[in-house]
Design a protein around this ligand. Structure first.
Ligand SMILES: *[C@@H]1O[C@H](CO)[C@@H](O)[C@H](O)[C@H]1NC(C)=O
Ligand SMILES: *[C@@H]1O[C@H](CO)[C@@H](O)[C@H](O)[C@H]1NC(C)=O
Ligand SMILES: *[C@@H]1O[C@H](CO)[C@@H](O)[C@H](O)[C@H]1NC(C)=O
Ligand SMILES: *[C@@H]1O[C@H](CO)[C@@H](O)[C@H](O)[C@H]1NC(C)=O
Ligand SMILES: *[C@@H]1O[C@H](CO)[C@@H](O)[C@H](O)[C@H]1NC(C)=O
Ligand SMILES: *[C@@H]1O[C@H](CO)[C@@H](O)[C@H](O)[C@H]1NC(C)=O
Length: 785
C-alpha cells in the first residue's frame, strides 16, 4: 500500500554517520562546471526569487528594485525589465532619524515576491524601516499601486519572514513592528468580503520566532508555517529554542464575539530532529516542501528541514524529513493547556475535539475560550526514520532544496542541495546505508546574511540569490566525467555512461540505458571492456638534465581517491630519494638510477586506474630539449580542486612494469589487473626483472623508448604489430608532409637543402608519441624499431 517513496525513506537508517567529504569540488568560476551568473553594477541584494509558471522568467526582489530576467536560455540570463522602487529622500531621512544607517538599513529591501493572481505579482519591501507593498502587472512589468504594509514583511531587512499565496489571498508570517519583536501570522486581500484575519495578541502564541518557510495543504485547506522559537513549555531551561510548525485554516474568519478576526484554528507543534542519545538539532534554518509524485496522495508530501543546534561549538547541521501525514496527526491529537495565571503548560483536561479544527466561526464562547489557551499540541512531529537522514559535523547548512529523480535502475532517489554558510552547494544523494556528497560547487565567497535558493527540477537548474547577484547552477554537469569509470564512481543519479556515444550523459537524454551503479559504484561491472575508457593518460616524456630536480604531478580524479606511485626505480633506490607531497606530487633528483617510468594510480571504491604516467629520460645531447605532450600530465588542467583534508602520505609501491600500457584497449576484463597482475611488486620481483636483458640495458638505450621491452602482455603482439605498422606509416606520412612543408616554406629562401635543423626536427618528431585519446597506446613511440 505504502508508496515507494515512503518505503524508500523507511529504509534510511536512523543511525546516521556524518556525511563523507564531497567527492569532487568546484571552486567559484570553475571552467569544468560552468555556472551562469547574473549581476548588474547598479543592482544589489538580489535575494528574493520567484520563477514564472512556464519557467521562462525569473523575478527577483532586490534592493530598491524588482527585476524580471529571461532564463529561457540555459547558458545566459538576461534582463527583461526592471522596476525601480525605493524610498524618497525624506523617507530615508526619517529612517535615519530613527537611528538607522541610511545605506545599510534604509533602502527598500524586497522581502516578498509572490504570484497573487494570473496577471499580477505581489511584492513587499522593508522600505526605509517602514514596510511597503505593491502589485506588479506581469505583462507590462509595471508597478500598479503601492502603500504601507505593516505586518506583511519585516521592518528590519535582516529579519526572516515567509509569505505564501493561495487562491488570490496572501498569508504572511513576519514581525510587525519597528523593533521587530511582535510576530504576526495573518491573511491579507481576503476574498468574498470576509475579514482579514490575524493572530490573537492577548496570549503569547509565538515567542521570538524566526520564520523560515510556509506550505499549503490544499486537501485540508490548511497552511503550515515553519519556524524556531523559545520553547516556553520548557520553563526549566532558559532560552531553549524549539523548532515548530504552526497551522492555520485557510478559510478561517475568526469567532463571533471571542477571537473576532483572529485565528480560531491557530495551533503549533514541536518539530524534532535528533539522533539517539545526542543533543537535538533544535534550530530550524530552512524547509523545503517536496510534493508527492503525480497521482500519489497529498499526505505523502514531504518536508525537508535543515537544522542546526543551539549547543554547537563548531559547524554542524542535520537534515530531517517530515511527512504531511505526521504533521496532520500531531494537530489532530491532544493539546496542552496554557495556564494564564501561572504561565505554565499542562495537559488539557478532557477531550475538546474542536481544538485545532477548521470552521469554528459558529463555535460557542466557551469553546473559543478553550481554543485561546490550547494551541500547543502534546505530541511532537517526529522525523521519518526517527532521526536525521543527513548529519554533517563539518558544515553549517542553512538552505535546502530537494528533488526526486528516477535513476537508471528505475528506482526513485532523492537528491538534496544543501547550501553551506561558507558558500558551497553540496549535492547529496540519500540512500539506505548512508548518504554521500556527489559534488560541492562554490556559489559565493564570504558570508551572506540574506540568501535564497530556488530549485526547478523541470529546468534542471538551481538558482542562488545573494547580495551580489543570481547564479544558475545546473543540477548536474555530467560531462565533467570524462570516462566510464569516473562517471560510474560519481554515483550521481542524474548521470550515466552512454557506451555508444562514449560520454557521461544526463539521464533523460533518452539514449537507451546508461551505465550507473548508485549503491556501489562498481566500475568493473558497469563499464564494459571497450567502453571503459581510461583517463587521458598518455605517458608524458620528461627530458631532464642529470641532477635536475624532477617534480611529477598527479592530480586526484576525486577527493575520495587515494594515490599511489609505482615505479621500478623505487626498489632500485632507497625510498628516501623520493618525496611525495600531500597533493600527490612525486619529487626526486635526476640520476642514472632514477631515470625511468613512473605511474600514478588512483584507487577509489575498490577500483584502481592509472591517472598519470611519466617517462623520465636524460636529456640527450643529440636532441633538443623537448617536453612533449604537456597536457598528458593528468588529462586535465585542473579538474578538481582539493578542499578536504589531504592524505598525509602517498604510498609508494615498487612496480616491475618498466613500460606501461593503458588498459582500455586490453581485452583484460579485470580493471585492477594492471597493478595486480604484477602484484607482490616487491623488490624480489624487481630483482628478477633486473636480470632480464631489457632491464639491464645501459642508460643510453634506456633513453631510447624502444629499449623498453615488456616481457608481459605477449598476447598483444598482433595488436602491437598492427599498430606499430600503422603508426610507422603515419609517421612516414607526417615526416613526408613535414619535409614538403619545410621545403615549401623555405622555398622562398635561397637554401632549399634540408638543413641540419630540419633533420633535427624530424628526429624529434619521430619520438612524438601520438597520445590523442583515440590512439593512446604509448607503444607508438617504438617506431624506430
Ligand atoms: C489581480 O490582482 C490585481 C491586484 O489586486 C487586480 O488589480 C487584478 O484585477 C487581479 N486580476 C485578476 C485576473 O484577478
Ligand atoms: C454559522 O453562522 C452563520 C451566520 O453567522 C450562518 O449563516 C451559518 O449557517 C452558520 N453555520 C453553521 C454551520 O451553523
Ligand atoms: C545587502 O548587500 C550587502 C553587500 O552588497 C550586504 O552587506 C548587506 O548585508 C545586504 N543587506 C541585506 C538586507 O541583504
Ligand atoms: C605539484 O606540482 C604542481 C605542478 O608542477 C605544482 O604547481 C604544485 O605546486 C606542486 N605541489 C607541491 C606541493 O609541490
Ligand atoms: C651515468 O651513466 C653514464 C653513461 O653510462 C656514465 O657515463 C656516468 O658515469 C654515469 N654516472 C653515474 C653517476 O653513475
Ligand atoms: C581480478 O583481480 C582480482 C585481484 O587480484 C582477482 O582476485 C580476480 O580473480 C581477478 N578477476 C579476473 C576476472 O581476472
Amino acid at each position: 500500500m505504502a508508496p515507494a517513496a515512503v518505503i524508500l525513506l523507511l529504509c534510511l537508517l536512523s543511525a546516521v554517520n556524518s556525511l563523507p567529504p564531497p567527492r569532487t569540488s568546484f571552486l567559484l568560476n570553475s571552467a569544468d562546471r560552468p555556472l551562469v551568473h547574473f549581476s548588474l553594477p547598479d543592482v544589489h541584494n538580489t535575494t528574493t526569487l520567484l520563477l514564472s509558471e512556464d519557467g521562462s522568467t525569473l523575478y527577483i526582489g532586490a534592493r530598491d528594485a524588482v527585476l524580471s530576467l529571461d532564463v529561457s536560455q540555459s547558458d545566459v540570463i538576461s534582463l527583461k525589465k526592471k522596476v525601480v522602487w525605493g524610498p524618497t529622500k525624506n523617507e530615508i531621512l526619517s529612517c535615519q532619524n530613527k537611528g538607522k544607517t541610511p545605506e545599510v538599513d534604509c533602502p527598500n529591501f524586497v522581502r516578498v515576491l509572490q504570484r497573487i493572481n494570473s496577471t499580477h505579482l505581489y511584492t513587499c519591501g522593508s522600505y526605509a524601516y517602514s514596510p511597503h507593498d505593491a502589485f506588479i502587472d506581469t505583462d507590462s512589468f509595471s508597478m500598479v499601486q503601492h502603500g504601507a504594509a505593516k505586518g506583511r514583511c519585516p521592518f528590519d531587512p535582516l529579519q526572516r519572514n515567509t509569505a505564501i499565496t493561495a487562491d488570490g489571498e496572501l498569508f504572511t508570517a513576519t514581525t510587525s513592528d519597528f523593533r521587530g519583536v511582535k510576530p504576526q501570522i495573518s491573511r491579507h486581500f481576503s476574498r468574498d468580503g470576509r475579514p482579514d484575519v490575524s493572530q490573537d495578541s492577548s496570549v503569547g502564541l509565538l515567542e521570538e520566532p524566526v520564520f523560515v518557510g510556509s506550505s499549503l495543504d490544499p486537501a485540508e485547506k490548511k497552511l503550515y508555517f515553519f519556524f524556531s522559537e523559545v520553547g516556553k513549555e520548557f520553563s526549566y531551561i532558559n532560552e531553549l529554542r524549539v523548532a515548530r510548525v504552526a497551522q492555520i485554516c485557510k478559510d478561517d474568519v475568526g469567532g463571533q464575539r471571542i477571537l473576532q478576526k483572529k485565528w480560531t484554528s491557530f495551533a503549533k507543534a514541536p518539530v524534532l530532529c535528533q539522533s539517539p542519545k545526542q543533543l537535538p538539532f533544535n534550530v530550524l534554518q530552512d524547509v523545503f516542501t517536496l510534493q508527492p509524485p503525480a497521482g500519489d496522495d497529498s499526505s505523502e508530501t514531504l518536508f525537508y528541514g535543515v537544522f542546526t543546534s543551539q549547543w554547537s561549538s563548531g559547524p554542524e547541521s542535520a537534515v530531517c524529513i517530515f511527512t504531511l501525514q505526521d504533521i496532520r496527526t500531531a494537530f489532530g491529537g491532544s493539546y496542552r493547556n496554557f495556564d494564564t495565571q501561572n504561565h505554565q503548560w499542562d495537559l488539557m483536561q478532557g477531550q475538546h475535539s474542536y481544538v485545532g479544527k477548521c470552521g469554528l466561526n459558529n463555535a460557542t464562547d466557551a469553546e473559543l475560550n478553550q481554543v485561546k489557551k490550547s494551541f500547543l499540541t502534546s505530541s511532537s512531529v517526529n522525523p521519518v526514520a526517527n532521526g536525521p537522514v543527513v548529519v554533517s559535523s563539518e558544515q553549517t547548512y542553512s538552505r535546502v532544496a530537494a528533488m526526486r529523480t528516477e535513476a537508471a535502475d528505475g528506482k526513485d532517489y532523492t537528491v538534496l542541495f544543501l547550501l553551506s554558510e561558507s558558500g558551497f552547494l553540496h549535492k547529496v544523494v540519500l540512500v539506505k546505508g548512508g548518504s554521500w556528497v556527489v559534488e560541492e560547487i562554490q556559489v559565493f565567497t564570504g558570508p551572506q546574511l540574506v540568501k535564497s535558493i530556488l530549485l526547478s527540477p523541470s529546468k534542471g537548474v538551481l538558482y542562488v540569490g545573494t547580495s551580489q547577484g543570481v547564479t544558475a547552477v545546473p543540477v548536474a554537469t555530467c560531462s565533467v566525467y570524462k570516462t566510464c569509470s569516473q562517471c560510474v564512481l560519481a554515483r550521481d543519479p542524474l548521470c550515466g555512461w552512454d557506451a555508444t556515444r562514449r560520454v557521461c550523459a544526463g539521464l533523460g537524454s533518452g539514449s537507451g540505458s546508461l551505465a550507473q551503479d548508485l549503491e556501489n559504484g562498481n566500475v568493473k561491472e558497469k563499464c564494459q571492456r571497450r567502453a571503459r575508457a581510461q583517463l587521458d593518460t598518455g605517458k608524458t616524456e620528461l627530458n631532464v638534465r642529470l641532477n635536475e630536480a624532477v617534480n611529477l604531478q598527479c592530480v586526484k580524479p576525486s577527493n575520495l581517491a587515494t594515490l599511489t606511485w609505482t615505479s621500478p626505480q623505487f626498489s632500485r633506490n632507497q625510498d628516501k630519494l623520493f618525496i611525495q607531497s600531500a597533493d600527490g606530487n612525486l619529487s626526486f633528483f635526476a640520476t642514472n638510477a632514477t631515470f625511468g617510468t613512473y605511474h600514478c594510480e588512483a584507487e577509489e571504491a575498490g577500483y584502481t586506474e592509472v591517472v598519470a604516467s611519466y617517462d623520465v629520460q636524460q636529456i640527450s645531447p643529440m636532441r633538443p630539449r623537448t617536453n612533449i605532450n604537456e597536457r598528458g600530465v593528468s588529462g586535465n588542467d585542473e579538474p578538481y580542486e582539493e578542499i578536504t583534508t589531504k592524505e598525509p602520505e602517498i604510498p609508494v609501491k615498487p612496480s616491475d612494469t618498466d613500460d606501461f600500457m593503458t588498459e582500455p584497449e586490453s581485452d583484460d576484463n579485470n580493471e585492477t589487473a594492471i597493478p595486480t597482475q604484477d602484484s607482490g611488486l616487491s623488490s624480489v620481483q624487481f630483482t628478477d626483472l633486473a636480470r632480464i636483458p631489457s632491464a639491464g640495458k645501459s642508460p643510453e638505450s634506456r633513453n631510447e623508448p624502444l629499449g623498453e621491452i615488456r616481457k608481459e602482455k605477449s598476447y598483444h603482439s598482433e595488436l602491437v604489430v598492427v599498430s606499430l605498422l600503422l603508426v610507422f606509416c603515419i609517421c612516414i606520412l607526417i615526416l613526408c608532409g613535414l619535409h614538403m612543408w619545410r621545403q615549401s616554406k623555405t622555398a622562398n629562401k635561397v637554401d632549399s637543402q634540408v638543413s641540419p635543423g630540419t633533420g633535427k626536427k624530424s628526429k624529434s618528431m619521430e619520438s612524438v608519441p601520438s597520445l590523442s585519446p583515440e590512439d593512446a597506446d604509448p607503444e607508438v613511440k617504438v617506431v624506430q624499431g
